[in-house]
Design a protein around this ligand. Structure first.
Ligand code: URA
Length: 429
């Protein structure tokens, strides 16, 4: 066998060649152990951005990143496991009502999540707004929670040994302009989800201004690559393509989104959040082989019971008042008309400027900060009517946040707008 070296692997990919499984294993292993230098891995990532990867290469990269750490195994649980992953959007709080809903339908939901960076908040940041709630759960406790028919769902931080090669590579891609590559994104997301040990997975691939994929074609390409990776690894995988041009629901920001999720679990909440929660739950329940309609389980309060048990199992108090920001300021409509646009990216940017998100890994977030939306596209508005309320503990942020919100709003003449579809497509069995 010829000796492997980083430079020949980089030049092979740079010149449009195909890497062997042995080359991919070698470079990922060497990078994880610090023997392949950051600058070499960055050069390889850039070559992949330009030249792409075949399905076999992408599968080998995913397998090598899984093998860099521990793969969890929940096959001995008495309930089928199923998880969901969203590629991230503004106001995307769906995991909060979804995990207890699917657990209440009879599945076990092991969800390893992250903290947010940039304009879309992370699920752990939202749940940490609940007094006492802890994201760190040892694997032995995860197992107990998942096996418990009264709980069945755990949303917690991924341990350091879950796909560590991806952790290092993603941090490098973030600062070298090499995030935007279908094989790199697909292998990054799927290495973590496969290593998490779920038997089935539903992917929510967001499309639009507030998502990192702006067009339906690229989103479908990513969805297809991820479904192939999951299927090849023995994980039953389906992807939905869903709209992210305007925020989901009426809130963006940690405690604000928890409150809205609790409304959904109580049988209310905004129609788009309810629709997406129930649609994803139906896909998850079907993949888990269960014959239950999640809409019934949401309606009769069982999902709420599981939410309360799930929060308590991680040290949280579901009855504690949620934190509120010290200052609020409201943005008013400047004219009469029809709200035809409320741009997700700009609303996410405003929430982030108000303190709901972080700039650097490890920074704290403000639990009460964010944006509350009093109108959504399709609503008629009158000049002077409150459109959006900003919440923050740092009122100096109002000026730049309101500039982002003003850019988000489009009001036009007219009286009727057909609301765009939320569901844009589906990939998988
Ligand atoms: N999320 C990930 O986990 N990895 C990527 O590459 C992009 C988004």
């Amino acid at each position: 066998m010829t000796a492997l070296d980083a430079v020949s692997i980089i030049t092979t990919k740079r010149d449009g060649g195909e890497l062997s499984d042995a080359q991919i294993d070698w470079v990922v292993d060497g990078f994880t152990r610090g023997e392949v230098a950051d600058e070499q891995m960055s050069a390889l990532a850039m070559a992949i951005v330009w030249r792409g990867m075949t399905r076999r290469e992408t599968a080998a990269l995913t397998a090598a990143m899984i093998a860099s750490g521990q793969r969890m195994d929940f096959t001995d649980l008495p309930r089928p496991t199923v998880d969901k992953h969203s590629t991230g959007g503004v106001g995307d709080k769906i995991t909060l009502p979804l995990a207890p809903l699917v657990a209440a339908c009879g599945a076990a939901v092991p969800q390893l999540s992250g903290r947010g960076l940039g304009h879309t908040g992370g699920t752990l940041d939202k749940l940490e707004a609940i007094a006492g709630w802890r994201a760190e759960v040892p694997v032995s406790r995860m197992r107990e929670i998942l096996a418990d028919p009264g709980i069945g769902a755990v949303v917690c931080a991924a341990g350091a040994d879950l796909a560590p090669a991806d952790k290092r590579l993603y941090a490098l891609r973030d600062v070298t302009g090499t995030v935007e590559s279908i094989p790199l994104i697909a292998s990054s997301i799927m290495s973590k989800k496969i290593a998490e040990g779920t038997a089935a997975l539903v992917l929510d691939v967001k499309v639009g201004s507030g998502a990192f994929l702006k067009t339906l074609d690229t989103a479908r390409e990513l969805a297809t690559a991820m479904v192939e990776l999951g299927t090849d690894a023995g994980v039953r995988t389906v992807a939905l393509l869903t709209a992210m041009d305007t925020p989901l629901g009426r809130t963006a920001g940690n405690a604000l989104e928890v409150a809205e999720s609790v409304e959904v679990l109580a049988g209310g909440g905004p129609a788009d959040v309810v629709e997406l929660t129930v649609t994803l739950a139906r896909e998850m329940v079907a993949l888990a082989g269960l014959d239950v309609d999640p809409a019934d389980v949401l309606r009769d309060g069982r999902a709420m019971d599981h939410w309360r048990a799930m929060v308590r199992a991680q040290g949280g108090d579901p009855d504690a008042p949620l934190p509120t920001a010290q200052h609020t300021e409201t943005v008013l409509a400047e004219r009469d008309g029809l709200l035809t646009g409320l741009d997700a990216w700009d609303v996410g940017l405003a929430a982030w400027r108000l303190g709901a998100g972080r700039t650097r890994q490890g920074d704290p977030v403000q639990h009460g900060a964010g944006v509350e939306m009093h109108a959504k596209p399709g609503d008629s508005v009158a000049a002077g009517q409150p459109l959006l309320t900003m919440h923050t503990d740092t009122p100096e942020a109002f000026r730049r946040a309101s500039a982002a919100l003003r850019a988000a709003i489009t009001i036009e003449a007219g009286s009727a707008l057909s609301r765009g579809a939320l569901m844009l497509g589906r990939v998988g069995v």
